[in-house]
Design a protein around this ligand. Structure first.
Ligand code: TPP
Ligand code: MG
Length: 273
């Protein structure tokens, strides 16, 4: 577990490098979701470069698609494509564009227009049920994303079809693009909302791999209901001046900021080893 925490800081460095090089990206949401993706791809999900074409592999959809740099960094670190490819993110003619697209090995669904991932996952999970397939389906949504009405159509259908092969995560960092979620559209009492749609609700400390693993393990045992994991996260987690700051939703670090962030990430990594 210590090693996975260290790994998450290594992955954050890759994310920082991608964004600094590309001069674009969504660093706040990337750092927020980094541990969730690390837990999923390093142990929780049955998906790897070897079984990516196996119909029985687990499926993942990054519904908050703007956090694609985190997904690229985790996929590269797990060997879905060469790490060298990360140097081309957001370059002209690169397939590694600023939101997920399924030309990239390991990416199941194009996303980025918020509010669509859950409904597509409901379709995948329902197909799994109809075909008696053993796979599980996972998605991560942002808390600001929950203001999209289509999320609630997916929520309703997942409860109706009792999709216990579906686990969704809310990256509950309490910020969205323009500030606090509670100012833009209140997102509290999520527990009651999801329960009323027929979901089993769990909580996790969303920047703690051990806590996330406990929640994912528990979700696998729930029968007759989809599971929602409300993961309390810190947007920008890992770098002092990026944490909990609305402008860092998609700010690009200056050279000075890049150096300081690199130093902090290497300290955090060393502490975790
Ligand atoms: C349909 C849609 N509307 C607007 C946007 C622009 N947008 C990109 S990120 C974002 C904020 C998302 O906030 P949240 O879901 O909380 O993500 P996080 O805090 O994890 O970055 C918005 C409004 C979008 N991508 N899709
Ligand atoms: Mg948010």
């Amino acid at each position: 577990m210590e090693n996975l925490t260290a790994k998450s800081f290594e992955i954050r460095q890759d994310i920082l490098d991608i964004i600094y090089r590309a001069k674009a990206g969504h660093i706040g949401g990337d750092f927020s979701v980094c541990d969730i993706l690390t837990a999923l791809y390093y142990g929780q999900m049955n998906v790897s470069p070897e079984n990516i074409h196996d119909p029985n592999r687990d499926r993942f959809v990054l519904s908050k698609g703007h956090s694609v740099e985190a997904l690229y960094a985790v996929l590269a670190s797990r060997g879905f494509f060469p790490k060298e490819d990360l140097k081309t993110v957001s370059q002209y003619n690169s397939k590694y564009i600023g939101h997920p697209n399924n030309k990239v090995n390991g990416i199941e669904m194009n996303s980025g227009s918020l509010g669509h991932g859950l409904s597509v996952c409901v379709g995948m999970a329902l197909a799994g049920k109809m075909n008696n397939a053993p796979y599980r389906v996972y998605t991560v949504m942002g808390d600001g994303e929950l203001a999209e009405g289509s999320v609630w159509e997916g929520a309703m259908a997942a409860g109706h079809y009792k999709l216990d092969n579906l686990t969704a995560v809310i990256d509950r960092n309490r910020l969205q693009i323009s500030g606090s979620t509670e100012d833009v559209m209140t997102q509290d009492s999520q527990d009651d909302r999801w329960r009323s749609f027929g979901w089993y609700v769990l909580h996790a400390v969303g920047n703690d791999i051990r806590s996330l693993n406990a929640a994912f393990d528990k979700a696998k045992t729930i029968k007759g209901k989809p599971t929602m994991i409300i993961a309390d996260t810190i947007k920008g987690y890992g770098v002092s001046f990026i944490q909990n700051s609305a402008p860092w939703h998609h700010k690009v670090p200056t050279e000075e900021e890049y150096k300081q962030a690199t130093q902090e990430l290497s300290q955090r990594r060393a502490q975790a080893i």
